[in-house]
Each structure stands twice: as structure tokens, then as C-alpha cells.
Write a protein that binds this ligand. Structure first.
Ligand SMILES: *Cc1c(COP(=O)(O)O)cnc(C)c1O
Length: 436
């Protein structure tokens, strides 16, 4: 089956902006060409603004989000170090398993599926000392949002020197995140979710406490490619616009990343992105509720970047999901092992938070598929809710740019030209008639 034209509403990879894809299609260029060095340098500079971490050391390496976990393990941990994972789902389990490979003694602080540990539970857990504590900002398997700011403040109070590492793979670029203000030490993500760039880049921001901890250990263990001692000089050189080489950077990805960061930082910047993310999420969640569904996350701890929806009675994934696909929308099935067959996931990140059309097509496809599965729905109601939530804040589709339209001029411009000519003609007729 062809997937061209399919609207990708997965929790990563997401539907990418056409400008990002055009930037990706750059012709071959050397990784030490001054033009590329400039692009790399700008990406590093913009990354601090996206993470809100002016004192951070950015690190961008070819790989996926998971590589960030290995980087943390290889560069910050030694055999027998105590690690606490604040666990809100599948990704907490996996991050913990990864850190065990580097010799960590991992303790999981868990909550029931769809919920998150309370501050009181965290305070209790912190009675034991930890070298490093991880938070999954948004666990993509449950749709649970951690209250990262409160967790971090609680940790700082109890254990001022503990390293706080935030897995932001499903949050950075969409969910409110203030790395410096919240005093997080490492935040890691991948390119294909809220950053809006094809999969293939691992992005880490490392703040001074973590850099000092790395220096104190005196180098990374067990991995050559992950070694920060290799990568940090490369990042510093590129930012100083000097050629440098350890391993070839993903050259074309950087062109796409520069565009992706520019989009995130344009038009009101991160504060505006946080707001758009919350609005799009509220609209979709209200529309889904109107279809008679409930959610996996408990009240008050749902993420804004994705929505985890429990199937209504009588509807199953194998029946429902292909019917959504047939309507041109791609959604994801369940991921958490305990409830895998009980829910599906809608990602709404990147451009899907800046135009209304994606949310409308998505809820229409879900509504149609529900109806076909025999679940009663009121046709058009969900889309109506999306419109009423977003009509004051969002355009239906992306405003046309000057790359489309007749002779490369957008249709809007043609309409203006025609209107101007008509107006001038009208004025001429008026003047001529007055003269008579
Ligand atoms: C997607 C995701 C990952 C894994 O990232 P990859 O790019 O697939 O390696 C890790 N953590 C969270 C929270 C994620 O959503």
C-alpha cells in the first residue's frame, strides 16, 4: 500500500515541515567546508535557546535518542554507582536497563500505569543517596507528563550534588522545559519528535555540574564513539567556526536541524511553542472525550505532546487501526506491556500544533473508524470541538510561501495584483466620468 500523502500522527517520527525536508536535500558538502561549519555552529548556538540553557554545552551526534542514554552511562557513571529512575513507563524501564550496562545499581521509583510518583514518594526514596537520578519528561508509552520542575526542586533540596538527567525525547521543543531555571544537569533528545527533523540525530545539553562530574571520573568507560572527551572539543571547535574531526557528522541532518531550530525559535519562540503545544493537546483531548473515550494518564498528569486513548467498549486495535490508516492518518498502537491492547496513541507535535487541519483530519479519521467498528458517534462533533478550541489561535493550514503558486508567485499575491488592477481601473472610470 502506498503511504504517500499519509498524515503521520505518531509519537515520532512526526510529519516534517517541507522547508526542513528541502533543507535536508542539500547537495553533498564536506564536513569541513566553511559553509557547513557555519551551519553546525549556528545549530549549537540555537540549541541553547531551544533548551533554555544558556550555560549548557550542546552536543549533537549522529544516532537516535537512545544514544543519549548510552552517553550518560558511559560518561557519568562508574561501576557500582547508585542510580534512581523516576519511572513512568516503558522508557524508564529501558533507560534503567541501559544504565545497568555501565555498572549502575539502578533503583526504580514506580507508580501505577498512567500515574507518576508523588513528591512525598520521591522524598522518601531520596533518603538513600544517589549519584544520578533520571526523569522521563514524557513517557511515550503511557502519555504521562512528569512534573519535572517539582521533582528537580525536591532532589536539589535533599541531595544537592546528585546529577539530574531528563529524558526529553518526547518533550524538548514542545512541552514546557526550562533546563537552567529548573537546574537540570543533562537533557537529551532525538531529532524526530518535537524538534521536527528526520530521525538520525542525538542531541544532549550538558550543564556545568555534569561536566565537572565527567572530568572528575577522568574519561568515559567502555565506549569509543560515546566518549565525551572525543566529542566536546569537536563541538567547541565548530562553535568557534574551526574545522575539526573525530567522526563524520551527519552533514545533511544539520541543514535540516538549522531549519527546524529556526522554526521553533521564530514567531514568539519557545514560549509560543509551549502555548501552541498545550492548545493543540487540549483541543484533541476534548474532541476525543466527545467520542466517548477515556485516557491512560490519570487526571492532571497527561502530556501535551501525545494522547494515549483507551479503546471504547467493543473496539479493538486490530480492527480499529487499519480503518484509521485507510482514512489517510497514521496512529500508533499501545506500547506499555501491561495494557498494550487496551489503548492507542496520537502524537501531536511540530507543525501539527501550528495548523488546525492535522487535528481535524485526525479526529475525523478516528470518528469514522469508530463508527465502522460499531461504536456510536455523532458525525462531525469531534471536528467541531477542535475548531471551536483552536479557531481563535490557529490557521487551518500553513500560509502559502512564495515557492508555490503561478510562476513561483503565491496565489495570494496574484489575487492582490488583480485586486490592485481592478481598483486602479475603477478609480480611472470614476475620474473619467467626473470629467464629463
Ligand atoms: C522515542 C523515545 C526514546 C527513544 O528514542 P529513539 O530516537 O527511538 O532512540 C526514548 N525516550 C523517550 C521518552 C521516547 O519517547
Amino acid at each position: 500500500m502506498s503511504t504517500k500523502g499519509m498524515l503521520l500522527m505518531n509519537p515520532g517520527p512526526i510529519a516534517f515541515e517541507s522547508e526542513v525536508l528541502s533543507a535536508f536535500a542539500h547537495e553533498g558538502i564536506s564536513h569541513v567546508d566553511p559553509a557547513f561549519i557555519e551551519v553546525f555552529g549556528q545549530c549549537l548556538e540555537m540549541m541553547r535557546h531551544v533548551f533554555l540553557a544558556q550555560d549548557g554545552q550542546p552536543l549533537i551526534v549522529a544516532g537516535s535518542g537512545t544514544l543519549g542514554w548510552d552517553m550518560v552511562g558511559a560518561n557519568l557513571l562508574e561501576q557500582g554507582d547508585q542510580v534512581l529512575v523516576i519511572n513512568t513507563g516503558y522508557f524508564g524501564d529501558s533507560f534503567g536497563a541501559c544504565l545497568e550496562r555501565y555498572g549502575a545499581n539502578v533503583t526504580h521509583l514506580r507508580a501505577p500505569v498512567g500515574s507518576r510518583p508523588s513528591i512525598a514518594e520521591l522524598e522518601k526514596a531520596l533518603e538513600a543517596p544517589y549519584k544520578l537520578i533520571t526523569i522521563t519528561h514524557v513517557d511515550t508509552s503511557t502519555g504521562v507528563l512528569s512534573n519535572a520542575a517539582d521533582y528537580a526542586a525536591t532532589i536539589r533540596k535533599a541531595q544537592p550534588d546528585a546529577l539530574i538527567v531528563l529524558d526529553g525525547v518526547c518533550s524538548v521543543g514542545g512541552e514546557e522545559l526550562r533546563m537552567k531555571a529548573w537546574d537540570l544537569d543533562v537533557v537529551l533528545t532525538g531529532s524526530q519528535k518535537c524538534i521536527g527533523v528526520p530521525a538520525g540525530l542525538s542531541l544532549l545539553m550538558i550543564r556545568p555540574r555534569a561536566l565537572h562530574a565527567f572530568e572528575k571520573i577522568g574519561g568515559s568507560s567502555g565506549s569509543y564513539y560515546c566518549d565525551w572527551a572525543q566529542w566536546l572539543p569537536i563541538m567547541k571547535n565548530y562553535e568557534a567556526r574551526r574545522p575539526s574531526y573525530f567522526a563524520t557528522p551527519a552533514v545533511n541532518h544539520f541543514y535540516a536541524l538549522k531549519k527546524g531550530f529556526e522554526i521553533l525559535l521564530a514567531d514568539g519562540g519557545m514560549e509560543k511553542r509551549f502555548e501552541e503545544q498545550r492548545n493543540a493537546s487540549a483541543a484533541i483531548k476534548a474532541a476525543i472525550t466527545s467520542l466517548g473515550c477515556t485516557f491512560v494518564p490519570a487526571e492532571g498528569c497527561a502530556a501535551n505532546t501525545l494522547t494515549c486513548v483507551r479503546y471504547p467498549k467493543g473496539v479493538t486495535g486490530p480492527d480499529f487501526l487499519p480503518k484509521v490508516t485507510a482514512r489517510g492518518v497514521s496512529l500508533a498502537g499501545g506500547l506499555h506491556k501491561d495494557i498494550k491492547m487496551e489503548y492507542f496513541r496520537i502524537g501531536h507535535m511540530g507543525q501539527s500544533t501550528r495548523i488546525m487541519d492535522h487535528a481535524i483530519r485526525t479526529v475525523n479519521a478516528i470518528e469514522g473508524a469508530f463508527a465502522e467498528c460499531g461504536h456510536p458517534v455523532q458525525s462531525g462533533k469531534a471536528a467541531g470541538i477542535v475548531k471551536s478550541f483552536l479557531k481563535a489561535t490557529l490557521p487551518l493550514t500553513k500560509p502559502s510561501t512564495c515557492s508555490s503558486g503561478l510562476f513561483g508567485v503565491p496565489l495570494k499575491c496574484h489575487l492582490w495584483s488583480i485586486a490592485t488592477i481592478a481598483l486602479a481601473f475603477g478609480a480611472g472610470v470614476l475620474v473619467a466620468s467626473r470629467r464629463k
